[in-house]
Design a protein around this ligand. Structure first.
Ligand SMILES: Nc1ncnc2c1ncn2[C@@H]1O[C@H](COP(=O)(O)OP(=O)(O)OP(=O)(O)O)[C@@H](O)[C@H]1O
Ligand SMILES: [Mg+2]
Length: 347
């Protein structure tokens, strides 16, 4: 059964303005970790807030557990939400912060203590219960905010960029913890981010949004390997997919698909590749350069290769490279939508 479902869910903020969210149909699966991924302003927060009941839809419906909840207030929806700027009560201890939603719902003291210890244990903050928020690190505060959200055992967990105010290192470990936590509790979760690495690492499925429209929804593998259009193709992956325009199609290939010719097995399109810039990343190198000769002469492309297998390559040198045929993706020039594979003339 779909836990959260939206039907033609739409939000238009001002008269005559474009919709922030446009007729979105989506379904989460029970226990799934679904990520909303998209650039700033693509409607991720607005969509999440409508699911939570914090924003009134202009049109369409929200269903939770098969029940239409569009007109119900947030507290009647069985959801818990953590925002980017979660606020802990500074004058209350960690234990009291976590217990707050239970107290507000009149849960008896014994039961409150039980729940607080359960949540604190799950998030590894059992030893911090007597501290005040200001005596905690950023990551610990984050965990307190998560603990406070889960004490009531919501059926759905909505998270809007909850890791964005952590530094890069803490963010990576918090990401890991959150994934582990989800595996343990199995609560259906919707997680908003504009960080494609985070989306790929955490999501069971990813919904890619642009201008209030879901461009594609699928597993990380599907959206990466089988992008529905040029937007999804270039939004996921760093550096992004190379796109070259031919008469009636756009051909795309990932940087890791443009490799030294000697390494290729099977049918492939060979090109002469002149490297103009080399970025050393340790085990890998990013090679920025241009195609020399043929119909794509002068086209800028990017290759990503293992350092170990690209020893002789330096800036200013040209080499025989190739793209294996099965790694070419094709898109319609007019619509940007992906189309069936075809033969591309390179020469
Ligand atoms: N309260 C509001 N009033 C008017 N316009 C709004 C309001 N909230 C959001 N918008 C507009 O709706 C669009 C989507 O905003 P939203 O906050 O959902 O984007 P987002 O994908 O969450 O972006 P970000 O990654 O920056 O958080 C934007 O164009 C934004 O300016
Ligand atoms: Mg947002």
């Amino acid at each position: 059964m779909a836990i959260v479902e939206t039907r033609k869910l739409t939000k238009v903020f001002g008269k005559g303005e474009e919709g922030a969210v446009n007729a979105v149909d989506l379904e989460t699966r029970d226990g799934e970790f679904l990520v909303f991924l998209g650039p700033s302003g693509s409607g991720k927060s607005t969509l999440l807030r409508m699911i939570a009941g914090l924003e009134e839809p202009t049109a369409g419906d929200v269903l939770i557990g098969g029940r239409v909840v569009t007109r119900l207030p947030p507290r009647a929806r069985g959801i818990a939400m953590v925002f980017q700027s979660y606020a802990l009560y500074p004058h209350l201890s960690v234990a009291r912060n976590i217990a707050f939603p239970l107290k507000a719902h009149g849960v008896p003291r014994e039961r409150r203590l039980e729940r607080v210890h359960w949540a604190a244990q799950l998030l590894g903050i059992g030893h911090l219960l007597e501290r005040r928020p200001r005596e905690l690190s950023g990551g610990e505060r984050q965990r307190v905010a998560l603990a406070r959200a889960i004490v009531r055992e919501p059926t759905v967990f909505l998270l809007d960029e909850p890791l964005s105010n952590l530094d890069a290192k803490l963010r990576a470990s918090a990401r890991e913890e959150l994934t582990q936590f989800h595996k343990r509790v199995g609560t259906t979760t919707i997680y908003v981010t504009h960080d494609q690495v985070e989306a790929m690492a955490m999501g069971n499925r990813i919904a890619v949004l642009e201008k209030g429209v879901v461009r594609q929804i699928g597993t990380p593998r599907e959206v990466y390997n089988e992008p529905a259009d040029t937007f999804v193709a270039t939004f996921l992956g760093s550096p992004p997919m190379n796109l070259v325009e031919a008469e009636d199609v756009i051909a795309g290939f990932r940087p890791e698909s443009l490799i030294p010719l000697a390494m290729v097995q099977g049918p492939a399109a060979a090109v002469r590749f002149r490297v103009t810039l080399l970025e050393y990343l340790g085990s890998e190198r990013i090679l920025v350069g241009v195609i020399e000769g043929g119909r794509f002469d002068g086209r800028k492309v990017i290759s990503r290769v293992a350092t170990a297998s690209s020893g002789g390559i330096g800036e200013g040198t040209a080499h025989d490279f190739a793209v294996p045929e099965q790694e070419l993706k094709f898109f319609d020039r007019a619509t940007g939508k992906r189309i069936a594979p075809r033969v591309l003339q390179w020469r």
